[in-house]
Ligand binder design. Structure first.
Ligand SMILES: Nc1nc2c(ncn2[C@@H]2O[C@H](COP(=O)(O)OP(=O)(O)OP(=O)(O)O)[C@@H](O)[C@H]2O)c(=O)[nH]1
Ligand SMILES: [Mg+2]
Length: 489
């Protein structure tokens, strides 16, 4: 039986055991979530660019950015058939709220409630991008108020009865002590060891790192790469990618009008364009003959940032992209959004069943601990059995031990192991480090060799205890690969 089926079965038993108690409904909901999209929270410090990035991932401007009461409320964005907004007040029954949408973000009328009185908002919005993942916008933690921090913690730290989020995209601007502390708290209390399995780091507002210069993204990539190899960061997040979120959001919502406006800049002689774009202030005010009003220029700056205006006008001038569609694709790529989507795809979505099972089982384990009940012990034992025996969980455990530095070895051995157990994506090609167009025969041959290699390592008396345990997991992964490849042939 697959992991998700085993999880579903044990939750079914749990609903029966807790029948007639306040927990039954919640456990049934936990079970239903196994069939719902993966829940990914966007977290980070105040003004890190969370809501902007959420919009880029959603493909629409939904989350309010900048000011507004709603930025202080945990808000879910989920796919559905109708447009609606529901508030869960801390006291009283959930209620529908009125909302409007002008020029992008949804403007929610809290209907007399204050942000502090609302536990969470759920925005249901038919959107293609939300079919595979539900995105959760969180209030910035760090300086504003302790209350905000508490809410975000409550969402992510599984010391409550459930972990509402299956995974988190954590925005870092400059690495800050709070960031590390926050990430640490989020991770696996199950074995009380940090686990990077469900967290990705984003170096956000990447365009600002190079003060908007055209090579800003290159600088940001270097910094992100350095962060990504820092042992302190690696044990907390799987990888760090730089993203210019504002430009990413604009890329996915680009209009023909904006392209036409920037074409005016692109049509200027290079020297004049460079001069005009020396600063945001100059772009907003200089060269009245350009044919753009101050308001239009400020709107462009708000949407693209100075970096985005420079980059987009350069792309237009060099005819790298000429239509809004091509430009949109190009900007998504250059803002780092495309890469982030790929990473979310390979590290979260391909592993969604494991991540969802994991949060469901943690929730159930917590219920059996905090609310004992006849039959509860057997349930707890089943959960433990699944946690300990299911191969995908063993892979996750090895992965976090590797990242935490508990398993060590020669660099190429560690890299091999990390890939084999799915650390860089779960497809056969990712695991075997072969290109996407590798044939079935090539994959099978590589899997066979990896199997032999790791069997030897597992049996070698010179292998350390930790590495031997990991090697046995790798052997299982190879066997799984071979079985899967055999089936697909
Ligand atoms: N230049 C630049 N500005 C950005 C970027 N991302 C966000 N911003 C701006 O930063 C401000 C804050 O962005 P938000 O997306 O609201 O940030 P947040 O983390 O959701 O903020 P809080 O929810 O209030 O903590 C806005 O003015 C954005 O336009 C970026 O990648 N580049
Ligand atoms: Mg926000």
């Amino acid at each position: 039986m697959s992991l998700i089926d085993r999880t579903r079965a044990v939750l079914g038993q749990a609903v029966t055991v807790y029948q007639g108690t306040e927990h039954a409904g919640r456990l049934a909901a936990v079970r239903e979530r196994l069939d719902a999209p993966l829940r990914v929270a966007i977290a980070g410090r105040v003004k890190a660019g969370k809501s902007t990035l959420l919009n880029a991932l959603a493909g629409e401007r939904l989350a309010p950015t900048d000011a507004g009461e709603c930025t202080r409320i945990v808000t879910w964005y989920q796919d559905g058939h109708t447009y609606q907004v529901q508030a869960t007040p801390k006291r009283g029954a959930p209620r529908q709220l009125r909302f409007t949408r002008e020029d992008g973000a949804i403007d929610i009328d809290l209907g007399g409630l204050t942000a502090a009185e609302v536990a969470q908002l759920v925005v249901t919005w038919p959107a293609q991008a939300l079919r595979t993942v539900t995105l959760i916008d969180t209030p910035g933690i760090g300086s504003l108020t302790e209350q905000n921090a508490e809410r975000t913690w409550g969402l992510l730290v599984p010391d409550d009865e459930e972990t509402p989020a299956d995974a988190v995209v954590y925005l870092l601007r400059h690495l800050h002590a709070n960031d590390i502390e926050f990430l640490r708290a989020f991770h696996d209390t199950e074995v009380s060891r940090p686990s990077p399995v469900n967290a990705i780091g984003v170096l956000s507002r990447a365009d600002e790192i190079g003060v908007g210069r055209l090579d800003s993204m290159a600088s940001a990539r270097r910094i992100a790469a350095r962060l990504g190899t820092d042992p302190n960061v690696r044990r907390l997040v799987q990888s760090v990618v730089p993203v210019a979120g504002l430009l990413a959001e604009t890329a996915v919502t680009l209009t023909e009008i904006e392209v036409a406006q920037l074409r005016r800049v692109a049509d200027l002689p290079v020297r004049q364009a460079e001069e005009l774009l020396l600063s945001a202030d100059r772009f907003a005010n200089a060269m009245p003959e350009l044919g753009l009003t101050n308001l239009e220029r400020e709107a462009l700056l708000a949407r693209f940032g100075l970096f985005g205006v420079r980059l987009t006008s350069t792309l237009l001038r060099r005819e790298v992209a000429t239509t809004a569609t091509d430009l949109s694709r190009e900007l998504a790529e250059r803002s780092g959004l495309t890469q982030l989507r790929e990473i979310i795809g390979s590290l979260f979505l391909e592993r969604r069943d494991v991540l969802k099972s994991r949060s469901a089982l943690l929730a159930l384990a917590e219920t059996t601990r905090s609310s004992p009940r006849p039959g509860g012990e057997a349930l707890a034992a089943s959960v433990e059995e699944i946690m300990a025996s299911a191969h995908p969980f063993n892979e996750l455990r090895v992965l976090s031990s590797l990242r935490a530095g508990w398993i060590t070895g020669k660099p190429d051995v560690v890299t091999d192991l990390e890939h084999l157990i799915g650390g860089s994506g779960s497809s056969a090609g990712d695991r075997l480090q072969l290109p996407p167009d590798a044939s079935g025969a090539e994959l099978s041959a590589a899997a066979g060799q990896a199997l032999t290699r790791w069997q030897r390592r597992a049996e070698n008396p010179m292998t350390t205890y930790e590495m031997a345990v990991a090697a046995r997991v790798a052997v299982r992964s190879c066997e799984g690969l071979l079985a899967g490849l055999g089936q697909s042939r």
